[in-house]
Design a binder for this molecule. Structure first.
Ligand code: FAD
Length: 558
């Protein structure tokens, strides 16, 4: 249908009010302020799909405050929401019933001087600092499409509101707007949907490695007194993951008898029943972990993917009219599983490049390349380059991964190989029959029965994420071929989406028209926007698109 759309024109549009997008706004406002009128104040807006900045923000989170201190030296005086300073840091290797504590931590793994935060609270606080600089943030604004003209990014289109399930306008229909800008900054976080469009339509992929991902699943608990030491941070590897899978657990003291527990699992698993939510529930049953959480109360839940590929998986960071920052561009230290400080730093470097572009009134790729030039000579590049081969080192399983990472530590990141070829995550998945023939039936058997007091089924967990969506809208998880789900995928992989989705969006239910057979049932309203399905689906027939703004999780304390 032909739709008359409102067209807005601004100087700079940022998509995503996470640490990267907000830091971009804050730093740009500072630079403009310091220029004392040399560069006219631009109109900058930040669009965020969550119901408020922070509603979709989920992280561990242990923050390295380096970039925050560079950007805002008085952040502590400004009321930075600190839960705890890290005071106690350990790394455990778990077997089913015991633990081995590493007697010391390598320098690169230590958390001295870092802060335990809730990303969700941090993001809300940072948004207040940005608004105080007179930069507008528009929550509940889902940006749907990147607009490209003659190879140049010219703007975006926001989502049409008030469409029913079939895509027909309801009485409250409101067409999405076109927002034109001299430069669009993509700060959508991991596996951004506009970033995906930029990958497919623009030449920004370079000939590097595909991005690699983990799915992180997290709960926040109120626990009995004295179960954790003050400012304690625990990281684990080993059980319950099989040795060919990549990932591990984390537990952080948040003070006031609150604790975060999470588990992150690689999406390059050969196992078609790989289930990050199940691993978190199993992890909690380990005797060492139970000692901490038993008798407590689970309050909040969430899940999100993490871009783990590292330096060689980063795209080209700029194009005519476009910059990509934060997780969207893979600014994440894969060894430490930390991206917040790099998201902030990337926002700052992009702001400096945009400041120069505003001064020259030149938003071409040649001008915006200043972002990459700054990155190349920054500590962020040094940090990412030092761990460039970390994730790939685990392609041969846990044991070889430890050997590779030991070698990388003494060779400053080189080890036995550099830029090792790898396939996209979904191509590592094996057919169910082939996998069970190799690993045995027990590798795909899920014995744990959830009691919904200590271990939780997916629906109970999703309830604690505060997730809500308008039910009568087109599904934002677009399956291009249901026939593949109901037949080919059922036979070959056993419908892995029903396992890897941490929010029970996908279910196979009885198909009345085919006795004895099942069909796909989709419940998009459960979706916590983690993007696992878009990444891990072996046929790549699931596309995650933005739903109506304000829909999705309403995280608190995560
Ligand atoms: C389980 C887990 C544990 C982690 N632990 C740590 C840790 O301990 N320390 C650490 O430093 N890092 C950690 N990270 C990584 C860290 O959270 C990220 O690196 C960081 O949040 C990236 O910031 P960002 O601004 O790039 O993206 P995000 O924080 O993801 O923000 C992106 C924002 O963009 C919005 N958005 C996306 N698409 C659109 C759209 N189309 N329209 C409008 N808005 C949109 C989203 O709603 C979101 O608010 C962890 C991540 C996970 C998942």
């Amino acid at each position: 249908m032909d739709i008359d759309r409102e067209v807005l024109e601004v100087d700079v549009l940022v998509v995503g009010a996470g640490p990267a997008g907000l830091s971009f706004g804050y730093h740009l406002a500072n630079l403009i302020g310091k220029s004392e009128g040399r560069v006219a104040k631009p109109e900058v807006i930040i669009a965020e799909k969550g119901s408020y900045p922070g509603a979709h923000s989920l992280s561990g989170a242990v923050l390295n405050p380096k970039s925050l201190a560079e950007m805002m030296p008085d952040f502590l005086e400004k009321g930075f929401p600190l839960e705890k300073k890290v005071k106690d840091d350990s790394l455990l290797f778990l077997t089913r019933n015991s633990k081995f504590k590493f007697p010391f931590l390598p320098e690169s793994m230590k958390n001295d001087g870092n802060y335990i935060i809730s990303l969700n609270k941090f993001t809300s606080w940072l948004a207040e600092q940005v608004e105080a600089k007179e930069i507008s943030i528009f929550p509940e604004t889902s940006v749907r499409e990147l607009l490209i003209e003659n190879g140049r990014v010219i703007g975006v289109q926001t989502i049409d509101l008030g469409l029913d399930k079939e895509g027909k306008p309801k009485s409250n229909f409101e067409p999405g707007s076109i927002i034109k800008a001299k430069v669009i900054v993509l700060a959508e976080g991991v596996h951004g949907s506009l970033t995906k469009q930029a990958y497919s339509k623009l030449d920004i992929g370079y000939a590097k490695l595909p991005q690699a991902y983990l799915t992180g699943v997290k709960e926040v608990w109120e626990i009995p007194e004295n179960r954790l030491r003050d400012g304690e941070v625990i990281h684990t590897f080993g059980w319950p993951l099989p040795s060919e899978d990549y990932g591990g657990g984390f537990i952080y003291d948040m003070g006031n008898k609150m604790a975060a527990i999470g588990f992150a699992v690689g999406l390059n698993s050969p196992n078609p029943t790989n289930d990050p939510h199940y691993y978190l529930q199993l992890f909690k049953t380990h005797p060492e972990i139970k000692k901490i959480f038993e008798g407590g109360k689970m309050l909040h839940y969430g899940a999100k993917t993490i871009p783990e590929g590292g330096f060689f998986s980063m795209p080209k960071l700029y194009h005519d009219g476009l910059l990509i920052i934060g997780d969207s561009a893979g600014f994440l230290n894969s060894q430490k599983l930390k991206g917040i400080h790099l998201a902030i730093k990337s926002g700052m470097m992009a702001a400096e490049a945009v400041f120069d572009a505003l001064e020259k009134n030149d938003f071409s790729a040649a001008s915006l390349k200043g972002f990459e030039t700054r990155f190349e000579s920054s500590w962020a590049r040094e940090e990412l380059y030092a761990v460039r081969n970390f994730h790939a080192g685990f392609d041969d399983g846990l044991l070889m991964g430890l050997v590779h990472s030991g070698l990388q530590m003494v060779t400053r990141g080189g080890g036995l190989f550099n830029r090792r070829e790898t396939l996209p995550d979904h191509k590592h998945m094996m057919f169910l029959e082939e996998f069970t023939a190799r690993k045995g039936q027990e590798a795909v058997t899920k014995n744990l029965k959830y009691d919904n007091l200590y271990t939780f089924d997916k629906l109970t967990d999703v309830f604690r994420s505060g997730t809500k969506h308008e039910e009568d809208q087109p599904p934002h998880l677009v399956i291009s071929d249901y026939d593949i789900c109901n037949n080919k995928c059922a036979e070959e992989y056993g419908n892995p989406c029903t396992h890897f989705c941490p929010a029970q969006v996908y279910e196979m239910i009885d198909d009345e028209s085919r006795p004895g057979r099942k069909k796909m049932k989709l419940t998009p309203s459960n979706c916590v926007h983690c993007k696992t399905c878009d990444i891990a689906d072996p046929y790549q027939i699931i596309t995650w698109v933005t739903p109506e703004g304000g829909g999705g999780p309403n995280y608190t304390n995560l």
